[in-house]
Design a protein around this ligand. Structure first.
Ligand code: G3P
Ligand code: CA
Length: 241
């Protein structure tokens, strides 16, 4: 089973921050890091999960109503009187560049199901190429249309199609969005392994995020493997590796 850090090490540290990514990058044997991108009001790529900023920052309202300068003034509480910022995507690539060139992978999820963020595909593909990291990236989205745009911009791009049920992932993949891997919710493996046709299946989990307390239970990864899951996105990868 390949292990990914979901929004970085997001149980012990604030999700989608350089702190959480740095902790993940230090884990021996980790396959990669997953993160979420959106666009600011002035068109910059930033790494952030929710469409609104309240849950994880001291701001109010929709992220897309903030300029990059305004986003940078928001505080993410990291405990002990310390704060993190919402990172620009460019900062994250600078921060992880060496690790990515050494072999770590990065799954960039385009968070564009609620707001389409026109032009987001071109911006992220151009940025990744500027760093020469195109071989290290897997793009994903719940939007098949968005992934189709990525594939047109970069025919060699590796792409995972997101949905809840694995059957919906498979049908979206077969619809021609350019995906070569399935990214379902781990509890929605509604097809037998034989029907997954040997595709890579990277399953995502929900659950506890910093600063919520962990349940303490570890997943049985062998059981997931038997269902055809090849990779998992975990909030606490450090407990499995
Ligand atoms: O990319 C897999 C997973 O991250 C999708 O769900 O809400 O955690 O972005 P979410
Ligand atoms: Ca995600």
């Amino acid at each position: 089973m390949k292990i990914w850090a979901h929004r970085g090490c997001s149980q012990m540290y604030p999700e989608n921050t350089l702190l959480a990514f740095g902790k993940a990058a230090g884990i021996e044997g980790l396959t990669g890091i997953e993160l979420d991108i959106q666009l600011t009001k002035d068109g910059y790529l930033v790494v952030f999960h929710d469409e609104r900023v309240e849950r994880t920052t001291d701001g109010i309202g929709e992220l897309r109503q903030y300029t990059l300068a305004e986003v940078k003034r928001l505080h993410i509480d990291a405990g002990g009187g310390k704060y993190e910022q919402i990172p620009a995507m460019e900062e994250v690539l600078e921060f992880l560049e060496d690790k990515l060139k050494e072999g770590l992978k990065l799954n960039i999820e385009l968070k564009n199901s609620v707001f389409p963020y026109e032009g987001i595909e071109e911006k992220i593909v151009n940025l990744v190429y500027r760093f020469g990291l195109q071989d290290r990236i897997i793009y994903s989205s719940f939007s098949a249309l968005s992934l189709e745009r990525i594939k047109k911009l970069d025919p060699k791009a590796k792409i995972g199609i997101l949905d809840t049920k694995v059957s919906d992932c498979l049908y979206k993949l077969k619809g021609g969005c350019g995906a070569d891997a399935l990214h379902p919710y781990w509890k929605e493996m509604d097809l037998p392994k034989e029907r997954l046709e040997g595709y890579v299946v990277r399953a995502w989990l929900t659950g506890h995020l910093y600063p919520e307390k962990s349940t303490g239970n570890l997943l049985n990864l062998d059981m997931l493997k038997q269902q055809g899951i090849t990779d998992v996105f975990l909030n606490e990868p450090e407990r499995y590796l």
